[in-house]
Design a protein around this ligand. Structure first.
Ligand SMILES: [Zn+2]
Length: 289
């Protein structure tokens, strides 16, 4: 039995929230009946657009309002996840500079950067906001418009992360990834912002819970490992690899490497070793393949 958090789509005005930004209710304060949520003492159900059906009666319900003035309902429910059939595929992924990640087969998935699409609109609205008098009603209205654009950008980004994490978990029995902390240590500090932009932490969180639900393994390689500098063919460590180099040539065996693809291949190999040796963060044994 696992606990799932199920969030509603933006929902109509929940005036129960009053002036607060969020409120968490335990089971005395709400009732769940026939797929509908009622506040205690209320006869009419809340008008909620669910993102999906609740698997069980929620133990806790959280009502919240975001900066864009949208209301959300988030429910914690017990549920029995349906494991997906075993797959023989395993993948290593490397965090990229230009890409969100690159797989060991060389597939690149770009960062979910939707900001550009909304940048002009956002700049216009922010300019208008700056001209409104402090504390005025018009200023509050202008601020809400800015918040709505920010919310739209965040939604697009989140949709893409969910789509990609779902795809990786559906297609692979094992997903190996290097931890962000290691990457930050060995690469330059500017990169940490690029990674933050790419929502890498959120992406890993999604991979891990979707993996757990589907009975798939997500292996994080947390220890220091020279994934970029190690030739995956012969094991040679190319110490002089420059920071920004996209390609390199192994002086030992003569292989030409794409930096990120070579790293992903190494991450996959180490991840599978970690899994086989039982040092893994994920205790699930690997039965197939
Ligand atoms: Zn080599």
């Amino acid at each position: 039995m696992l606990i799932a958090r199920i969030d509603s789509a933006p929902t109509s005005n929940l005036n129960y929230l009053g002036y607060k930004q969020s409120a968490t209710l335990t089971d005395a304060a709400f009732k769940y009946r026939d797929g509908k949520l009622y506040m205690a003492k209320s006869k009419a159900p809340l008008d909620i657009r669910w993102s999906r059906e609740l698997p069980s009666t929620p133990s806790t319900v959280t009502l919240s309002k975001d900066a864009a003035g949208r209301y959300f309902v988030s429910c914690l429910c017990d549920f029995e996840p349906a494991s997906q059939p075993m797959s023989s595929k395993m993948v290593g992924i490397d965090v990229g500079l230009r890409d969100l990640f690159i797989t060991d087969t060389g597939k690149k998935y770009d960062n979910p950067r939707h900001s550009a699409k909304y940048a002009a609109k956002l700049a216009l609205l922010q300019r208008r906001l700056s001209k409104k008098a402090q504390g005025s009603k018009n200023r509050a209205k202008a601020r809400l418009k800015v918040a709505r654009i920010h919310a739209k950008i965040a939604d697009c980004r989140s949709d893409r992360l969910h789509w990609l994490s779902r795809k990786l978990i559906n297609e692979n029995q094992v997903v190996c990834a290097e931890s962000l902390a290691v990457k930050n240590m060995i690469r330059n500090p500017k990169l940490s912002k690029a990674i933050a932009d790419a929502s890498w932490g959120e992406f890993m969180r999604q991979l891990e819970y979707k993996g757990e639900w589907a009975g798939r393994s997500v292996v994080r390689i947390d220890r220091f490992f020279p994934s970029s500098k190690r030739c995956h063919c012969c094991g040679y460590i190319y110490k002089a690899l420059p920071q920004g180099a996209e390609h390199w040539h192994c002086p030992e065996c003569g292989t030409d490497h794409d930096r990120d693809v070579n790293a992903a291949i190494n991450i996959r190999a180490v991840g599978l070793t970690v899994l086989a040796c039982g040092e893994s963060v994920n205790p699930e044994p690997l039965n197939a393949a």
